[in-house]
Design a protein around this ligand. Structure first.
Ligand code: AMP
Ligand code: MG
Length: 401
C-alpha cells in the first residue's frame, strides 16, 4: 500500500492544465480566467441619481424649506434636454442622468410638489453631491477588473457584461467521459435477474463531474470483456480531456480495466492506504488522464473526491490551494470506531453546527456498498489508523456540501 498523499501527487503530476479558450460569459460561471481584464469604459458611464426625487442646486436649498420652479422631468435612459437654473429643480428618476446646472438630488420623500406641478417645496437642505453616483465610481477606464487565475462567480460575469464584454478567456471545462464496467450491470426499470444489479456509478459520476464544473460525457456501460473495454477506452480518449471508468480494478479474475490500461496506457495501479477506495488505476492513454475508479459505489465516489476531482480542478486552472477540499475541524458527537489496519478511514458523517462547533455523527452504514449513507453524508470524517475517535474528540472533516 502507498500513502494517500503519494497517490494524490502521482495523479496530479499526470494532469496537465488545459489550453485556454474563449468562452461566452453565460457559459463561464466557475471557470478560471487566463488574462488580465482591463475596463474599456467607465462604470457607471455618467453621473446619475441614486434616488427618485428632484435634481437641484444645493445652494438653492441651503435655507430649507425652499420653493423651486420645476424645469422638467428626466426619466432613466435619455440624455437630459434641460438645464437646471438658479431657483429651479428637475424631477428625476433613479438611474437618470444628472442635468447640467444641478449638483445634488433631494429624494422625493423630502419634497412636496404644488397641485399644478409647476413648483416643488424642498423640506431639508442637502450637501453638494447628495445621492449622485459619479461616473467611474465603480470602474475607471484602464482599471484592472481582475487578473488571471480568478474563479468566475455570477458577480464577475455581471461586471464583464456591465463593461460590454460578452466573452472571456479561461481554462475550459474539462470534457470527461464516464464508463462503467461489469457483466452484472443493467440499466432500466425491468426486474433484475439473479446476479444482476443496476448501474448506479455511472450516473453518480456524471453528476459529480457536473458539480465539479466539468462537461460530462456518458460513454455507457461495458461488459467484463477485454476487447470491449479496450475499444471503449480508445474511443473515449479520442473525444475527451479525461476519462473515468468504474469497476474492474480490484484483484478479481474479471477485473479487466487495469489489464487493458496496463496494455494500452502508461498506467500505475495502486493500492492506496485508505478505506474505502483502496484500489486505483491511474495513468495516461494517448496523453489523456484515465482514472480507473473502484466499482463499489461508495468507493467510486470517495475515489472521485480524493483523486479525480483534484486532478480535474488542476486541469481547469484552479489555484493549487483549492485542488483538494480544505478540511475543517469538528468534534465527534457519536463514537466513530474502527480497527487498526494501516489505512486512513473516511467515515461518512452528518455535520451540524452547534454552540460554536461542527459536530459529526455517522450518516449510516459504513460499508463501501452502502451508498445511502454516502448520499446522506455532509462530510467525510478522517479517521487516522487506530481504534477510531470517541465522543468529544476533535476530527478533521472534508465537507462535501
Ligand atoms: P469491481 O470493482 O468491478 O470488483 O466491483 C466491486 C463491486 O462494485 C461489485 O459488487 C460490483 O457489482 C459493484 N459495482 C461495480 N460497478 C458498479 C456500478 N456501475 N454501479 C453499482 N455497483 C457497481
Ligand atoms: Mg467488476
Amino acid at each position: 500500500m502507498i500513502p494517500l498523499s503519494e497517490a494524490q501527487e502521482l495523479v496530479l503530476a499526470g494532469c496537465d492544465v488545459l489550453d485556454e479558450a474563449v468562452v461566452p460569459v453565460d457559459h463561464a460561471r466557475g471557470l478560471v480566467t487566463t488574462e488580465t481584464v482591463l475596463a474599456p469604459e467607465l462604470v457607471p458611464p455618467f453621473d446619475n441619481t441614486a434616488m427618485d426625487g428632484f435634481a437641484v442646486r444645493s445652494a438653492d436649498v441651503a435655507d430649507a424649506p425652499a420653493t423651486l420652479g420645476i424645469a422638467g422631468t428626466i426619466p432613466a435612459g435619455v440624455a437630459p434636454d434641460i438645464t437646471v437654473g438658479a431657483g429651479q429643480a428637475a424631477r428625476i428618476m433613479t438611474g437618470a442622468v444628472i442635468p447640467p446646472g444641478a449638483d445634488a438630488v433631494v429624494m422625493v420623500e423630502l419634497t412636496e410638489a404644488s397641485a399644478d406641478g409647476t413648483e416643488v417645496t424642498v423640506a431639508q437642505s442637502v450637501p453638494e453631491g447628495n445621492h449622485i453616483r459619479r461616473a467611474g465610481e465603480d470602474l475607471t477606464v484602464g482599471q484592472t477588473v481582475f487578473g488571471p487565475g480568478e474563479v468566475l462567480t455570477p458577480g464577475h460575469l455581471g461586471v464583464l457584461t456591465s463593461l460590454g464584454m460578452y466573452e472571456v478567456k479561461v481554462r475550459p471545462r474539462a470534457r470527461v467521459g464516464v464508463m462503467s464496467t461489469g457483466d452484472e450491470l443493467v440499466e432500466g426499470p425491468q426486474p433484475l435477474e439473479k446476479g444482476q444489479i443496476r448501474d448506479s456509478n455511472r450516473h453518480t459520476l456524471l453528476a459529480l463531474l457536473a458539480e465539479a464544473g466539468c462537461d460530462p460525457v456518458d460513454l455507457g456501460s461495458m461488459a467484463d470483456d477485454e476487447d470491449e473495454i479496450t475499444a471503449g477506452i480508445r474511443a473515449g480518449v479520442e473525444k475527451c480531456d479525461a476519462l473515468l471508468t468504474s469497476g474492474g480494478v480490484s484483484m478479481g479474475d474479471y477485473d479487466y480495466v487495469k489489464k487493458v490500461l496496463d496494455e494500452i496506457g502508461d498506467m500505475s495501479w495502486m493500492q492506496v492506504a485508505i478505506k474505502p477506495a483502496k484500489p486505483l488505476a491511474f495513468g495516461l492513454v494517448e496523453g489523456i488522464p484515465v482514472f480507473g475508479l473502484p466499482g463499489n459505489p461508495v468507493s467510486s465516489m470517495v475515489s472521485f473526491e480524493l483523486f479525480a476531482r483534484p486532478g480535474l480542478r488542476k486541469m481547469m486552472g484552479h489555484p493549487s490551494g483549492s485542488w483538494h477540499r480544505a478540511p475543517i475541524m469538528g468534534r465527534v458527537a457519536e463514537p466513530l470506531h474502527r480497527r487498526p489496519d494501516g489505512k486512513t478511514h473516511f467515515a461518512r458523517v452528518r455535520v451540524e453546527y452547534h454552540d460554536g462547533e461542527y459536530r459529526a455523527r455517522s450518516a449510516g452504514g459504513q460499508g463501501s456498498h452502502q451508498l445511502s449513507a454516502m448520499a446522506a453524508a455532509d462530510a467525510l470524517a478522517v479517521l487516522p489508523d487506530g481504534d477510531g475517535l470517541d465522543v468529544g474528540e476533535p476530527v478533521s472533516l472534508l465537507i462535501l456540501r
